[in-house]
Write a protein that binds this ligand. Structure first.
Ligand code: F6R
Length: 608
């Protein structure tokens, strides 16, 4: 989705803007642009190519104040004329993330006032509205505030004026935006990773905030125009954490980061002798005694994590759980149970559907909300009473990997804490689970050693057009996740089924051209799964079985068995995810697709 970077400094800001945009490339975009003020004139450069092309085109551009943008088209096709920044005359420049819902009405009004439009975007109305207030004598800050009062929709914006070369205005509502505080220089960005090369000190703007930034400092005003102080956070991340390093792709790097990401997420628990509700926030202990059920809301991969958690929560904690796709739930008339804990799961914490589902849940009378999320200070974190931060670090590859496994770890902790509180976990069981969690990072490390063998296996997939993934019980959502990974980055059509469903329809698809991937842990459903796989083999389907040790699967003609190092009990879904991520990755490599930025997809889906 769209990205914003801005800077005011005593040096040329163009390299800062371009480096920031490069850091935001992972979010997905189809055009990019920047504008700087140079001798009280706006210099704008735009491109429908990569940021590298924008960089070449900007070779002769410089200035001490600038804003830049990567655009993921919503209103208007991807083209240079629709790329940001948008200008009003030679005076005002604006970059914008989000959607202005009343832009048609504003456009009609502004056209009647004599403004002409050069793009099909909703953003251009913002530039003209600011222009209309500014040229009537308002300050840039007041002109922006007056404009925001007229907008309906979501936005994060950066604004500058040619005749005001020392000042940058920015604002947010519904889309993330933060300030970066340097030494005598200041920055804005939609995502912290864009600024890590220039500062680690960040100020997260809150809903409705507007900030006025200059070389001498910044002031933040809340939605009512009142001057407010916002905390300066020092990021734990460094620039290297968003560098590719020795890896070929971010996805590969992030798959390999999983042992550390899990260790970081579980740190507080693994260093302690017992599980306490406080890991979900100070109010968790009291809230957990009030609840009688769980409702999980999420999208995509995060939804799959929720599906696994349902098995854990019902079996281990004995608490009823439903899991729903956020984009469906938000529009459904549902019956709220005020004693339900609403759990949202999100890597980005900004997914529009998940955020809307959370607000819908609250509006229908749900009282208890918990976010499991990877981005501190994100909207979903801020809008939930209870929270658990997964500490996966920045996830740059569009296909979610380490975020998923750390979400699972977080959901397992929730299960254990609730189980303990409900008297379903004795001291011995608690210690056993803690032991297994401490061992989890090294268990994942052992699975990663399968990488060369999986890379070899992937060669058989490159010329396939379809694939079927099978799992049972806890591992059915893992089959879904494996299929999603494969289709996202290799563009091979893949579907997942609970293996018992095979003969109720999908078996008709099976022939020698249909690879069938089976997740085969050593659990109570193993023998049933084996019978399901016989049904596939009998129809000529080629089997790829990811089997735990001691499952007695043998490779033979048409049956490729990949032996997992161990069976991890309840944590098995986390281990079984890893080979499927690697499979998708190596199939995509074979096919030569853009692994980190698959077509049509964006990292944080901040629009509906
Ligand atoms: C798939 C993927 C998406 C996201 C989904 C939700 O690999 O990354 O399906 O899981 O868009 O995003 P978050 O977790 O940021 O809410």
């Amino acid at each position: 989705m769209c990205g914003i970077v801005g800077a005011v400094a005593q040096r040329n800001v163009v390299p800062i803007l371009l480096q920031g945009l490069q850091r935001l490339e992972y979010r997905g975009y189809d055009s990019a642009g920047l504008v700087v003020v140079d001798q009280k004139k706006l210099q704008r450069v735009r491109s429908t190519g990569r940021v590298a092309e924008l960089s070449q085109r900007s070779a002769n551009t410089s200035g001490h104040l600038g804003i830049a943008h990567t655009r993921w088209a919503t209103h208007g096709v991807p083209s240079e004329r629709n790329a940001h920044p948008h200008l009003s005359g030679d005076l005002i420049a604006v970059v914008h993330n989000g959607i202005i819902e009343n832009y048609e009405e504003l456009r009609t009004r502004l056209t009647a006032q004599g403004y002409s439009f050069t793009s099909d975007t909703d953003t251009e109305v913002i530039a003209h509205l600011i222009h209309s207030h500014y040229t009537k004598g308002s300050t840039l800050l007041a002109a922006t505030q007056a404009t925001l009062a007229e907008l309906v929709g979501a936005y994060a914006i950066g604004v500058l004026a040619a005749d005001n070369p020392g000042q940058l205005i920015c604002a947010r509502k519904g889309s993330p935006l933060l300030l970066g505080v340097g030494d005598g220089e200041y920055f804005i960005a939609s995502d912290m990773s864009a600024l890590l090369a220039v500062t680690k000190r960040m100020v997260y703007l809150e809903e409705g905030d507007v900030a006025e930034i200059s070389l001498s400092g910044y002031r933040v005003f809340d939605a009512h125009g009142k001057s407010v102080q916002r905390t300066v956070h020092t990021s734990e991340l460094n620039n290297e954490s968003v560098e590719l390093g020795e890896y070929q792709h971010y996805m590969q790097k992030e798959i390999h980061e999983q042992p550390q990401a899990l260790a970081n997420t579980l740190e507080a628990v693994c260093n302690s002798q017992s599980l306490i509700p406080g890991i979900f926030g100070a109010e968790a202990a009291a809230a957990f005694t009030q609840i009688d059920s769980i409702l999980i809301l999420a999208c995509g991969t995060s939804h799959h994590a929720g599906m696994v958690a349902r098995y854990w929560l019902e079996e281990i904690a004995g608490i009823p759980c439903t899991v729903e796709i956020a984009s469906e739930y938000r529009y459904r008339t549902s019956v709220a149970n005020p004693k339900t804990l609403v759990v949202t799961i999100s890597q980005s914490g900004e997914t529009a559907d998940t955020l809307a589902a959370l607000n819908h849940a609250k509006a229908t009378g749900h009282l208890y909300t918990l976010a499991i999320c990877n981005v501190p200070e994100s909207a979903i974190i801020r809008q939930s009473k209870l929270r658990l931060l997964t500490r996966a670090g920045p996830e740059i590859g569009v296909a979610s990997t380490k975020a998923f496994t750390t979400q699972l770890a977080g959901l397992f902790l929730l299960t254990l804490v609730l189980a303990k509180q409900r008297g379903k976990l004795n001291a011995e069981q608690e210690q056993k689970h803690l032991h297994d969690l401490r061992h989890l990072p090294s268990a994942v490390q052992a699975v990663l050693k399968l990488e060369p063998a999986i890379a070899k296996l992937a060669e058989n997939f490159a010329n396939k057009h379809n694939a079927l993934f099978l799992g049972r019980g806890l591992h059915y959502p893992i089959a879904l996740e494996g299929a999603l990974k494969l289709k996202e980055i290799s563009y091979i059509h893949a579907e997942a089924y609970p293996a018992g469903e095979l003969k109720h329809g999908p078996l008709a698809l099976v022939d020698k051209d249909m690879p069938v991937v089976a997740v085969a842990p050593n659990d109570v459903l193993l023998e049933k799964l084996k019978s399901n796989l016989q049904e596939v083999r009998a129809r000529g389907g080629e089997l790829y079985v990811f089997a735990d040790a001691n499952t007695r699967f043998q490779s033979s003609e048409g049956v490729h068995v990949m032996q997992m190092p161990e069976h991890a009990g309840f944590l098995s879904p986390i281990l079984h995810t890893i080979p499927l991520q690697l499979l998708a990755y190596y199939v995509a490599l074979q096919k030569g697709t853009d692994v980190d930025k698959p077509r049509n997809l964006a990292k944080s889906v901040t629009v509906e």
